[in-house]
Design a binder for this molecule. Structure first.
Ligand SMILES: C[S@@+](CC[C@H](N)C(=O)[O-])C[C@H]1O[C@@H](n2cnc3c(N)ncnc32)[C@H](O)[C@@H]1O
Length: 290
């Protein structure tokens, strides 16, 4: 064993078998040049189970009685969970200053004072709690029934999200006023979020490719899915985005990460050029390819 080479060697065949299994489970796609990455990230799982090869690990994932638990543990080591509060400020400005007022106006006309927002791929929770802070600050929404649902495939990050205790790096883009209003400093320099934020947010484990469980979520006004589909190939992106379209009310919004676009993926959504950002909207009438 030399340097930082993984202890186990992955053959091309083992790479293909595991790569396809992962892809079919969660849409994450590893190109051939990512073999070393997969090998490195999985080596801890082989060591944990005391297995001799990646083939044995593949067989465990596919046929063993522990396969569901192992797939879940595998997601914990494979996913990239980078996030922080108030990420992508210009988009959040569009959300607060343009999207929310538009939705509020449309809903008030129907006498509806409820709002449902889904943060899909919420990682450790900074995104849904940011949304909660922005909504609590908004006087238009006083007395509204607000539900924010944060979901992720990784149990490890969701435990963090439920705990609601954050270190300095989560606050790299946060105005001090928000920290003062919504967090309590803990011993050791971490911050615990306030109960009124926690009450607005429900955290659940959900694989975006699990159609049965997705159907239970119900309809949404806005879906945030930022920096998640970046790890999927075209086909997986299309599948997930079509599911989002079904989950949104007509006129609902889909907010992707700044480097993500639906170009060449689907025509189900209209691209809206708002003052602060470009966002996707489900058309009000049937059309847009539905
Ligand atoms: C980079 S984080 C993005 C966090 C947050 N949305 C943001 O933009 O700051 C990507 C998250 O997507 C989750 N993810 C990846 N594939 C998923 C899937 N198939 N279903 C649900 N979540 C998934 C990962 O576990 C990870 O926490």
């Amino acid at each position: 064993m030399f340097g930082s080479d993984p202890e186990y060697q992955m053959s091309d065949e083992e790479f293909r078998l595991i790569r396809d299994l992962v892809y079919n489970h969660c849409g994450m796609f590893f190109a051939p040049d990512a073999k070393y990455l997969l090998e490195k990230r999985l080596s801890s799982r082989l060591a944990f189970h005391n297995l001799a090869s990646y083939k044995d690990y593949y067989l465990l994932l596919k046929y063993d009685i522990r396969k569901d638990q192992e797939m879940s543990d595998l997601m914990d080591v494979l996913t990239t969970n980078e996030t922080y509060f108030f990420r992508e400020a210009f988009q959040l400005k569009a959300f607060t200053d343009e999207i929310i007022p538009e939705i509020v106006e449309a809903k008030l006309k129907k006498g509806d004072r409820s709002l449902r927002i889904w943060s899909a791929g919420c990682s450790t929770g900074e995104e849904p709690y940011t949304i909660a802070m922005l909504l609590l600050e908004n006087s238009m929404l006083k007395g509204w029934r607000i539900e924010i649902i944060g979901t992720d495939i990784s149990h490890r990050v969701l435990q963090q999200a439920r705990k609601g205790v954050y270190g300095k790096s989560s606050f790299r883009a946060t105005d001090a006023a928000y920290v003062g209003r919504y967090f309590e400093e803990q011993e050791g320099g971490s911050y615990r979020l306030s109960d009124n934020l926690r009450e607005l947010v429900t955290i659940s484990q959900l694989n975006l490719f699990d159609q049965n469980r997705l159907a239970l979520l119900g309809r949404m006004d806005i879906i945030f899915c930022r920096n998640v589909i970046i790890y999927f190939d075209q086909l997986a992106k299309k599948k997930v985005v079509e599911t989002f379209c079904q989950s949104l009310y007509p006129g609902g919004f889909l907010l992707l990460g700044h480097s993500e676009s639906l170009m060449n993926i689907t025509t189900l959504f209209t691209l809206r050029h708002l003052k602060n950002d470009m966002v996707y909207q489900k058309p009000l009438t049937a059309g847009g390819g539905l």
